[in-house]
Design a protein around this ligand. Structure first.
Ligand SMILES: [Zn+2]
Length: 106
């Protein structure tokens, strides 16, 4: 089973891995309560209390930027503002990502 979260309901769902291994991508599931798409989170994810909206927003910021708590989680931010810094830092074009091979040549 792998973990999914619904940010709207602030709930965690365990769902079967499905095609995860063959396709390398998490299968898509929707929330049983609100129908929103569930977001895959890794094993290191620990759900905040339901009433800690800031903590949930922090999780949402991270997951939406692709930091979805893999096993070897090192120093994930503790607060919402830290999370915003965290994703900003990592989006900085410091080390340029290899440019996709130019399709502009026609
Ligand atoms: Zn939901």
């Amino acid at each position: 089973m792998i973990k999914f979260v619904c940010f709207k309901c602030r709930k965690v769902f365990n769902r079967p891995e499905g095609q995860y291994h063959s396709s390398g991508r998490a299968p898509r599931y929707t929330c049983a309560e609100c129908g929103d798409e569930l977001h895959h989170v890794g094993f290191a994810f620990r759900p905040p209390r339901r009433q800690s909206t800031d903590q949930w927003r922090k999780v949402e910021v991270l997951v939406r930027h692709g930091f979805n708590f893999p096993n070897d989680v090192g120093g994930y931010p503790k607060t919402l503002s830290e999370a915003r810094e965290f994703v900003k830092e990592r989006r900085k074009p410091n080390h340029t990502v290899q440019p996709t091979r130019a399709s502009a040549r026609g």
